[in-house]
Design a protein around this ligand. Sequence first.
Ligand code: UDP
Ligand code: MN
Length: 534
Amino acid sequence: MAFEHEIEMDLSKQIPGLCDFGVECFLSGEEMEIGEASYAENGINVILSDKISYNRSPPYVQHELCKNVHYDILSLPTASVIITFYEEPYSVLLRTVHSVLNTAPSAILKEIILVDDFSSRRDLKGKLGYYVKTRLSSKVKLFRMRRQSGLVRARLAGAQRATGSVLVFLDAHCECTSGWLQPLLSRIHQSRSSVVVPLIDVINQKTFEYESDGYGFDIGGFTLDGHFDWHDVPERERERQRRECKDEIEICPTYSPTMAGGLFAISRDYFWEIGSYDEQMDGWGGENLEMSFRIWMCGGTLETIPCSRIGHIFREFHPYSFPNDKDTHGINTVRMAKVWMDDYQELLYMNRPDLRNHPDVGDVTHRKVLRDKLKCKSFEWYMQNIYPEKFIPTRNVQNYGRISAIEDDRFCFDDLQQNIDEPYNLGVYSCYKHDIAPSQLFSYTYNKVLRTERSCATIDDRRSTKYIVMIPCNSDDEVTDTWVHTSFNQFKHEQTGLCIDRKNLDKNLLHAAVCDSLSKTQKWEFQKTKKQSI
Ligand code: UDP
Ligand code: MN
């Protein structure tokens, strides 16, 4: 058999013990070069992956306290693990499947459902089918979509075939560590409306190192341009955990406002009850925030379970595309926002003007009907109760919008399209006349903080030119830098007494100078626009 021969060839490439326990490893010489080329193409070093055993030993990453928890396996619900894949490197996918088989106790692993979202890679066709049939437990089932359907519909197809009591969704480039499944199932067994997420570690896409620094972890949030992001566990949640788990808060289920979406477990009945997924979401993206908001607003909880740890390869880019090159993330995000975000939708459009009146969004009536049927709470309730730390540029502020030089439209505060996840210099640019451009949206809070959604203004006083720098705001909203908007329209920094000035602009960057009430270059005002009434 041709496949038999190919599979033997694959196995003979593997070096026993390589990268065991998640240590990093490297290729050398010519292999290093083709490894790098495969990385450029796939976002993963496939040549290295091919040399690592499908069964490499997982690292020891569990918290000490987890080892003392006893699970009565026979009383736990069973799990169907659903893995959808599209153009996934063959050895990466198989390592994912093997790692589930190696770590999940067979009494609770009902099945693994692989859903091929109509990949074109040759080895994902006959060879994969043959491998599953001849080398893997009969618990592993492989289905193929008849056309590329996107993550959501591929997962729904998997869920429809699942027979276990709990659905566990995994991406196709994961490695599970010992004991990951029991705590997820146990929590759902205790509380059926808990949707649970493992602690997601990083597997390095170039070295396959299982990177786990300690036991700390982040929870999920979102940005107003519609993306998922990570945050520290807030003090508010730590207090809840102290009440709930006493002195074991490090391993306590941790409420998370959103989830990344790739890896989670949910009771199968509850999944269907609460509206599964929006099946009209195409391609990739947006479905994770949709599900997160829906779960919280419709009576469930979303929790990170620290005793369950799974590694995931985070790629820097997606090695695949979608039919007609559509921005499926953006379109799906609008579908989500129309159903779940109420008035807050406007903030999404303010940050993503291209998504306002997007022609490809389609109809969301049936999802609104679902929201009514489930009697879900409002987005305002979600923000107040589940994610009160989130700064909303239009709430609790003295003013927001464009900040322009007094009566001079050539100068508005602007991020100058710098990377806003890192500290960046505040600049000026011609004021955009109509909509508020996202790069020019600023807020001035009641606590006298001058900020954007994520960054707060401070002064870099290390150099002779004291640039105004926007730095990530403290998550606990601890106020460090405060600004007075003076009767002369200056922004005066209370800690240094300096004022924001646009004199002698260098590369359009603002700096702080000694306050001078007569200086024309220190006068700033919030410009009012029609669209500002949210
Ligand atoms: N996927 C899919 N169909 C698609 C796109 C992606 O089934 O059209 C799969 C993909 O193979 C992966 C999962 O969906 O297993 C999530 O995608 P990815 O890992 O690329 O997303 P990320 O982890 O980068 O958010
Ligand atoms: Mn992924």
